[in-house]
Design a protein around this ligand. Structure first.
Ligand code: EPU
Length: 341
């Protein structure tokens, strides 16, 4: 493991924003993960685990600590359709492999940037699927117990965009491998409205066709990384979709011209699209504030229009949050992880 100093972090993020890491190293094996942990402990410096950088906003001053870039590679298929995947594998390449093999369960999660290790952390989900449904185990280094552990699905504490890894046990584990149980020869999942529109009722598309459709939809929303397209210099959805009570939803509906969109949530609650709230609060696609902006393809993605600073992104975030708070009494929650603030 080679430790570099003052390593620029912006190139490691899809936002392309942020200052340097005081120290930086790449771990390509579990031994190197432990080496990195020891290095940080011996010097008493904070440790940050970097995966694909697709859900990350780094501060302009950077991070005064040690960044370990998890780059473990390797995929093996165990008996019964369980894929054991090293944390540093590119997520979309892995999805592509499972789709080609005819194994169902991840086809709607095609085209998502980032690495495998990040998927259990925020329980990545899109188009009606989330990884909590297929993950059977997560192997990780437990910094508290100072040993590798294998957590079952139940032990991961998954909910909407959440797990124990980004809530109660934030910073405690370094994910090194994720095991997914897929369904050999299974049918694709076509539940999300955007997908239902593509495939006629009763048609039986292949996993491949569904994954291709998802990529196409993501591209139309600027949620597929395309080189040179400013609309994808983002961290994907910048806000979570708020979960509000049925009564709160009814109050919003009563003052709206048309029925507000909603997704189902736990009993007594609905999930309301943040993109809709933001537009109703007066922000259109393509809105700009300095070098920060809203994607011209999707209101939920804040973008780095050109050389934006993290401060500019946060200024835009504040402006949007204040307007939504004022109009709807809803506190928007940021989805990407913040580093160095
Ligand atoms: N909408 C707008 N304006 C827009 C886009 C959407 O008003 O520009 C409204 C529409 O009413 C639309 C509704 O928002 O029907 C929902 O939009 P969409 O289907 O695009 O989904 P989303 O809520 O914006 C969520 C996830 C995405 C995921 C898609 C598809 C969150 C925070 N975001 O977005 O996940 O890809 O559904 O399943 O849950 C991510 O988390 O980074 C991410 C991209």
């Amino acid at each position: 493991m080679r430790v570099e100093e003052n390593k620029p972090l912006a190139p490691y993020t899809t936002f392309g924003i942020g200052g340097p890491a005081r120290w930086f190293a790449t771990a390509t094996s579990e031994d190197e993960v432990v080496e990195a942990v020891d290095w940080a402990r011996q010097r008493g410096v904070p440790l940050f685990v970097l995966g694909g950088g697709s859900n990350l906003l780094v501060s302009d001053a950077g991070f005064d600590g040690f960044v370990v870039h998890v780059a473990l590679r390797g995929v093996s298929v165990a008996d019964g359709g369980i894929y054991q995947v090293a944390a540093g594998e590119m997520w979309d390449e892995f999805v592509e492999r499972t789709v080609r093999a005819g194994d169902a369960g991840l086809e709607c999660l095609a085209g998502i940037p980032g690495t495998v290790g990040g998927t259990p952390v925020q329980n990545v989900g899109a188009y009606g699927q989330e990884v909590a449904t297929t993950i059977v185990a997560v192997r990780a280094f437990d910094l508290q117990a100072y040993e590798f552990v294998e957590l079952s699905n139940a032990e991961c504490g998954f909910s909407y965009r959440k797990s124990r890894f980004n809530t109660v046990d934030r910073g405690r584990f370094i994910v090194t491998r994720v095991d997914y149980q897929l369904k050999a020869g299974g049918a694709p999942s076509i539940h999300y409205s955007d997908l239902k529109k593509v495939f006629a009722e009763g048609s039986e598309p292949s996993l491949d066709e569904v994954a291709a459709a998802v990529r196409k939809i993501r591209q139309s929303k600027g949620m597929l990384l395309v080189d040179g397209d400013a609309d994808c210099r983002s961290a994907g959805s910048f806000f979570k979709n708020p979960v509000i009570s049925d009564e709160h939803y009814a109050r919003i509906a009563a003052t709206s011209a048309a029925q507000p969109p909603k997704f189902s949530a736990e009993p007594g609650k609905v999930k309301i699209p943040a993109a809709w709230l933001i537009e109703q609060a007066g922000f259109a696609k393509g809105y700009a504030l300095g070098n920060a902006g809203i994607s011209s393809k999707h209101t939920l993605a804040l973008i780095n229009r050109d050389k934006a600073t993290a401060a500019e992104i946060l200024a835009l975030k504040e402006r949007i949050s204040a307007a939504v708070r004022e109009k709807y009494s809803i506190e928007l929650e940021m989805e990407p992880v913040k580093l160095g603030f």
